[in-house]
Design a protein around this ligand. Structure first.
Ligand SMILES: *[C@@H]1O[C@H](CO)[C@@H](O)[C@H](O)[C@H]1NC(C)=O
Ligand SMILES: *[C@@H]1O[C@H](CO)[C@@H](O)[C@H](O)[C@H]1NC(C)=O
Length: 255
């Protein structure tokens, strides 16, 4: 028996090896078939994505912190001359911008963060509860106001230190890049043409378009009740109270 075992084992091995080869052949053929299907699908996706770009309606929008569906309205594209937000510095002008930007920083809860796929771990918490956050549209408005301040540096940045100016340059370059990307993301395709204006016949642009705009009041209705100060008390992960106090020292206006 013992002497026969190696032979039996050899036989067994042979039989096993033989049927194994056939099984591997079948598996290999199956794998090749799957591979072919995958390559075909990948090629089809590449070809289709080149010929018909993904349509907006087929994209799933990312979850928004504002849960209600925002209403829209058509607005004419012409900027209104004499807007409170335009023109040189004045107390009324500064007040209008401050009021517009009052909810630059808002208070959101952990469950709201999780709903928009933000892990609350390591996000800055407000000392009085909730998390400090900001809507991107308010970040853009903050950038616009601050860029405008640089048109009137002797008014807004009279006492700025050299170090703060270097930071400010980086900050404003970041702002311009954010605005560039947002402008291209929300590409406004309303059309400009030109007409002759005045005695000297200078070309003047006219925009004929209307555009679909978020009703701003709806954003404010969400943001205003959640507004926190521009210099709130924060908690860091070690539960230490942090509050920034450097703005006056560097001669910089706040936000
Ligand atoms: C943030 O909101 C929560 C829930 O409404 C509230 O308990 C907390 O006090 C708020 N935090 C601040 C800084 O207002
Ligand atoms: C600059 O400093 C002077 C003197 O301290 C002060 O009166 C003025 O308000 C400051 N200007 C700005 C824009 O901070």
């Amino acid at each position: 028996m013992d002497q026969k075992r190696p032979l039996l084992e050899e036989d067994d091995d042979f039989v096993y090896h033989n049927s194994g080869t056939q099984r591997w052949k079948r598996i290999t053929i199956a794998l090749l078939a799957v591979y072919n299907v995958l390559v075909s699908v990948a090629l089809a996706v590449v070809v289709l994505s080149k010929t018909s770009p993904t349509e907006g309606s087929t994209l799933t929008p990312p979850p928004s912190i504002i849960q209600k569906e925002l209403a829209h309205e058509l607005q004419s594209v012409q900027a209104h001359p004499g807007s409170t937000f335009s023109g040189p510095p004045s107390p009324e002008h500064d007040e209008a911008w401050s009021e517009l930007l009052r909810p630059l920083f808002v208070n959101v809860s952990a469950s709201e963060l999780m709903r928009v796929n933000v892990d609350p771990i390591n996000q800055l918490r407000l000392f009085d509860g909730g998390y400090i956050a900001s809507l991107e549209t308010y970040h853009h408005l903050h950038c616009i106001r601050r860029l405008k301040w640089h048109l009137y540096e002797s008014y807004y940045f009279a006492n700025i230190t050299d170090a703060a100016r270097t930071l400010e340059l980086n900050h404003m370059n970041h702002c311009i890049e954010s605005l560039r990307l947002a402008t291209m993301c929300h590409a406004d395709t309303s059309l400009y043409t030109l007409k002759w204006r005045g005695e000297g016949k200078r070309p003047e642009p006219i925009n004929h378009g209307q555009r679909k705009c978020t009703i701003w009041n709806e954003i404010e209705q969400w943001a205003m009740p959640r507004a926190v100060s521009n210099n709130p008390k924060l908690v860091n992960p070690d539960k230490l109270v942090v509050s920034s106090t450097t703005a006056e020292e560097t001669g910089m206006p706040r936000h």
